[in-house]
Design a protein around this ligand. Structure first.
Ligand code: MRU
Length: 353
């Protein structure tokens, strides 16, 4: 079977010297595109979740560096390099867990080192950021095909958070595997956790899947155990914000619980991510910095208070799933089954990295 999967959503666009970001805080009620012409406001957009998802954060930050170069070219008084470096530092401080942010900024720093003038820097950083965006979409298509090949036809899958076009340059990582699997007729439907507190599942993943005509049902995270117990799901498929060298994986809070449930019920657990999500500088998951976000995100939704007045909230944005609970990590360079340091290192060598 070969179904077409339209995948029309592109959250990041750079045009006429400005960065355009689809405001993900407002979806699905409103599709508003915000326009940015300086790096500082891109850093705020990342922190405040206008753009989110590990690869998308990295790409947006890369374009933030382009904006910094453009601005310095037009207005600078002192050293252009020092001003661009300060903008990079500000972008790096936006969110701590997704390694793609730091990977993208390191690539931009390497480009800047090769430039002698600010005019050169403007052209070279733009070319690099645009190449990063296009390479991300191409990588996601390869991840999608490689992940789909592992899925035996005839069952549903469960996913968490949003790992789709919105979270990347386009197509998605875990959602890319799901798109490819649906295109090949391998899955019957998708179950998506609503993903408290930002509701990336019910607002964003549902929005993407429905536009592609992929049948889906939402569930509260607390319903996942019953769903897996009922035997309706063949694979749990998630993305990643940072993978340590040994395969331990940081992803949206709640992922670890799903991995435990999957193992308890004999369901496959797949992490889909580009190789730039693997941080070979971090030996194991306990060293991954986990972002703590405001209590208000749990105590209310938007402007509306939900919790009893005076209640406190614990709000880590991510958790770490130990590698031994992961059946396979799928990247654009291939899959590592029962991931560990040796498997990931071999994959990196094979990729030429
Ligand atoms: O807080 P968010 O929405 O940025 O978290 C996103 C996730 O946890 C995704 O699962 C992860 O970034 C992978 S996206 C391809």
């Amino acid at each position: 079977m070969n179904r077409s999967v339209p995948d029309p959503i592109r959250p990041i666009r750079f045009d006429a010297g400005k960065l355009h970001l689809l405001d993900q805080r407002l979806l699905p009620a409103e599709s508003r595109v915000n326009t940015y012409d300086d790096a500082a406001s891109v850093a705020v957009a990342i922190r405040e979740m206008v753009v989110r998802g590990a690869p998308a954060i990295g790409i947006a930050a890369a374009f933030g560096v382009v904006l910094a170069c453009d601005r310095v070219r037009d207005h600078h008084a002192g050293s252009w390099r020092a001003e661009v470096d300060a903008a990079i530092e500000r972008l790096a401080a936006a969110r701590p867990t997704a390694v793609n942010l730091f990977w993208a900024l390191d690539r931009m720093r390497a480009v800047l080192e090769r430039c002698d003038t600010v005019a050169e820097a403007c052209a070279a950083t733009f070319a690099e950021a645009q190449a990063m965006l296009e390479a991300d979409i191409a990588a996601n298509r390869r991840i999608g095909a490689a992940g789909a090949a592992l899925i035996e036809p005839g069952r549903a899958v469960l996913t968490h958070c949003n790992t789709g076009s919105l979270a990347t340059g386009g197509f998605g990582t875990a959602l890319g595997v799901i798109r490819a699997s649906w295109g090949e007729g391998r899955i019957t439907e998708v179950f998506a956790d609503e993903t408290r507190p930002w509701l990336q599942g019910s607002r964003l993943t549902a929005w993407e899947l429905l536009q592609d005509g992929i049948p889906m049902q939402l569930l509260c995270e607390g319903a996942a155990a019953s769903l897996l117990q009922a035997g309706r799901v063949g694979w749990v498929i998630v993305g990643a914000d940072r993978i340590a060298a040994n395969g331990d994986t940081a992803n949206k809070i709640g992922t670890y619980g799903l991995a435990l449930l999957a193992r308890a019920h004999g369901v496959g657990f797949m992490v889909a991510a580009p190789l730039n999500t693997v941080d070979f500088g971090i030996v194991e998951g306990s060293a991954i910095p986990i972002e703590m976000r405001a209590e208000s995100e749990v105590l209310g939704f938007g402007d509306q208070a939900i919790a009893a007045p005076g209640a406190r909230a614990w709000n880590p944005a991510f958790d770490v799933t130990p590698a031994e609970l992961i059946d396979v990590i799928v990247t654009e360079h291939g899959a590592v089954h029962r991931p560990d340091r040796a498997g990931l290192t071999a994959l990196r060598k094979h990729s030429g990295g």
